[in-house]
Ligand binder design. Sequence first.
Ligand SMILES: [Ca+2]
Ligand SMILES: [Ca+2]
Length: 234
Amino acid sequence: MKRKSAVFFVSLCAACCFAITPARGNWFFYQNLLNNPGAEDGLASPDGMTIVFIPGWTATGAATVVAYGTPGDFPAVTDPIPHDAGEQFFAGGPDATVSTIFQAIDVPSELWQFIDSSLGMIYIMNAYLGGFGSDADFVSIALSLKNASGDAVETNAIAPVTVADRDSLTALLPRLVHGFVPKGTRRMEVTVVFTRVDGSYNNAYVDNVEVRFHPLDNAPGCSWGKLKALFKNR
Ligand SMILES: [Ca+2]
Ligand SMILES: [Ca+2]
């Protein structure tokens, strides 16, 4: 995902699609559809070394939740983190080469008619990804949209934030992917994969995982053709 393209796209939506909010001001158009997106539900591991239950997600490996500022190799509130980071984030955890957290969500039925309409909808998945200093552990996030039969009709993924991206700082940086919601989409699955490269601790960190569905409309100034061309050429 090219940063410039993402900025342009969001600006375009802000200019044309968000303008129709009053006419279709339903919560499910713009709200994050994921549960516990910022690791704020439930308790954090006291020292990052224990594996805690993560509400809303199915976890494997040693995925856990840590509080910002926990002593050790964890981000502090003074590090580059989301402005709305809350108090906790997801971590790959102790002694795990690969950890995952997974969530499956049924698309609200209120959205079906818009997904299946000729104008359709787009999805945006965004999150903050990062890690610890020059430790090369990394995290990626996969999205799968499925139809009523359970077949994947769209897949996308947020690529890892690398050590170079973070300038070897302990940081969580924003990333975003987007695309069209295929007709017939009824379910979505999000899988966060934490991969350990260095050391014994899986220092892949993530916070604020969000997936939103946005309507498209032929409101004045909203060029459906331009949006199609943008996606086609990305
Ligand atoms: Ca958080
Ligand atoms: Ca590590």
